[in-house]
Every structure is written in C-alpha cells, then in structure tokens.
Design a protein around this ligand. Structure first.
Ligand code: NDP
Ligand code: 8X3
Length: 252
C-alpha cells in the first residue's frame, strides 16, 4: 500500500515541487490550495506522469469551518496520512511597523500561524490512531532572524519555529515525527505575492545572485521523510550559497 502525503499550498513554488518529488517516489497525494484551475492542472499532470492517485482539496487554510469540512469529506482510507507538509504561507508587504497595513498582518497571521494550526489539529488526530506519521513544517530564515521591515512575517515564522518544537513534544507519545525546514531565499511566486503582483520589484530580490529553487527544498523534504523510522531530523536551515544571513547576501 502506497504512502499518503498531504501537501498544503501545492499550486506553486515549494508545495508544487514537493508534490512532484513525492509523486515520483510513489506517494498518493492530497493536494490543498485555493486556486482550483491550477490545482486541477498540476494534479492531472502528476497522475498521468506517475500513475498515482491525487485527491484535490480546494480550501483556504484561514477558513477553519470550510477547511475542516473539506478535509473531513475525504474518504476514510485517505485519512491514513503518513506525511503532512504544512507549506501554505505567504508574506504581504515589507514596511516599517508604524506603516504596516493591518489587513496584511491579519492575512499573514491567519495563514502562516492559524492556518497551519487548523490543518495540524485535524491531520494529527488522523495520525494518532496509526501511532505514526510525519509533520513537516515549512518555516524560514525569517523564523530564526528578524530583518528590517520583516516584522510581522518574521513573527509569523518565529511562531512556526515555536509551534514545531511544541508539536514535537506533544506528539512524542504518539510516535509522530515533527520536522521544521527553514529556507533562505527561494525564487518562487513568494516575492510576487509579497509585493502584490509587482513583478519588477519581485525580480529585483533575486538580481545578481543565485537563489535556491523550489526543487532544492523538495529534495530536503524527501530527505527528511525518507529517513529510517528511528531517525528524526528536527530542524534544517537551508540557504543559497551566496546568502550568509537574512540580510548579508553576496550579489557579486
Ligand atoms: P508561493 O507563493 O510560490 O506558494 C505559496 C503557496 O501557498 C501557493 O500554492 C498558494 O496557493 C498557497 N497558499 C497561500 N495562501 C493560502 C491559503 N490561505 N490557503 C491555502 N493555500 C494557500 O511561495 P513559496 O513556495 O515560496 O512558499 C511556500 C512556503 O515557503 C511559505 O510558507 C513561505 O513562507 C515559505 N518560505 C518561502 C521562502 C522563499 O524565499 N520563497 C523562504 C522561506 C520560507 P493558492 O494561492 O492557490 O491558495
Ligand atoms: C522567505 C525568506 O528572507 O524573504 O521566508 O523572509 S525571506
């Protein structure tokens, strides 16, 4: 029986790359995101290419009620989830604290912290009767350091750092592994989303440097989930070679 992985934020970037990698490894997938067309396209492509089955869950992780309904509507045999990748997340804006848009703050806190919690509560309760499972939280360098104008996004990823530690303690008696993967700069749609569609500004973030690509993080996810049963990788910080800290970057 193939393993089952549930990946949130599977329509782009790291989540999409992770879906490809785990599909290639023979996992059956539950892919969750808001954009229905994109999710359908990715799912059909992976099903055809790797002869696997995919359940598509169109849901917004911020909306606890509809998220819960969508996940609980999955067939019982699909709730035997082996791996949960809590990847859905975003940044909105890059402004000093006194100038931040409170709607952006709500979006980041509701998605990166509360959304991750809502998904985790449901899926960890599916894993507990199995006495096994692996939760992989996508944190960030922004969860280890704070950089100018990163304020609320950094706070949300520091929360992911704390929650990963807390989950590891609380789920220990149930045999559930918890790993936090913390990337530095990865060129995805992240900066386009942060700058609300301003592609020129987003492009500048990665100018004159070689950032990570989403596949680099998917590789790390595959590494952590493929360790033997007695081994857990607690925490990984993965940076582009040209990036020493959140702000010290060698642009050549
Ligand atoms: P992308 O913008 O490319 O992908 C983000 C994904 O999250 C999309 O699939 C999006 O799907 C989904 N998503 C966003 N909001 C919601 C929501 N409310 N409900 C459900 N799904 C949602 O960015 P990345 O791949 O870079 O980001 C993935 C994770 O990696 C995030 O947690 C980010 O914070 C983290 N990260 C990114 C880094 C980077 O430099 N890129 C570095 C460190 C961490 P849809 O819009 O269809 O819902
Ligand atoms: C994304 C990386 O440095 O833009 O989490 O915060 S950074």
């Amino acid at each position: 029986m193939s393993k089952i992985a549930l990946i949130t934020g599977a329509t782009s970037g790291i989540g999409e790359a992770c879906a490809h990698t785990l599909a290639q490894q023979g996992y059956q997938l539950i892919l969750l995101a808001r954009r229905e067309d994109r999710l359908a396209k990715i799912s059909h492509h992976l099903e055809d290419k790797y002869a696997i089955t995919i359940k598509q869950v169109i849901a917004d992780v911020r909306d606890q009620e509809s998220l819960s309904a969508a996940l609980e509507a999955l067939p019982e045999n699909w709730k035997k989830v082996d791996v949960l990748v809590n990847n859905a997340g975003l940044s909105q804006g890059l402004d000093p604290i006194n100038q931040g848009d409170t709607k952006d703050w709500d979006t980041m806190i509701d998605t990166n912290i509360k959304g991750l919690l809502y998904v985790t509560k449901i899926v960890s309760n599916w894993m507990i009767p199995q006495k096994a499972g692996h939760i992989v939280n996508i944190g960030s360098i922004a969860g280890k350091e704070v950089y100018p104008n990163g304020n609320v996004y950094c706070a949300s990823k520091h929360a992911v750092d704390a929650l990963s530690k807390g989950m590891r303690i609380d789920l220990l008696p149930h045999g559930i592994k918890v790993t936090e993967i913390n990337p530095g700069m990865v060129e995805t749609e992240f900066s386009i989303v942060r700058f609300k569609g301003d592609e020129e500004r987003a492009k500048k973030v990665y100018e004159n440097l070689e950032p990570l690509i989403a596949d680099d993080i998917a590789d790390a996810i595959w590494y952590v989930v493929s360790r033997p049963k007695h081994v857990n990788i607690n925490d990984m910080l993965i940076m582009p070679t040209v990036q020493a800290t959140a702000t010290i970057i060698n642009r050549g």
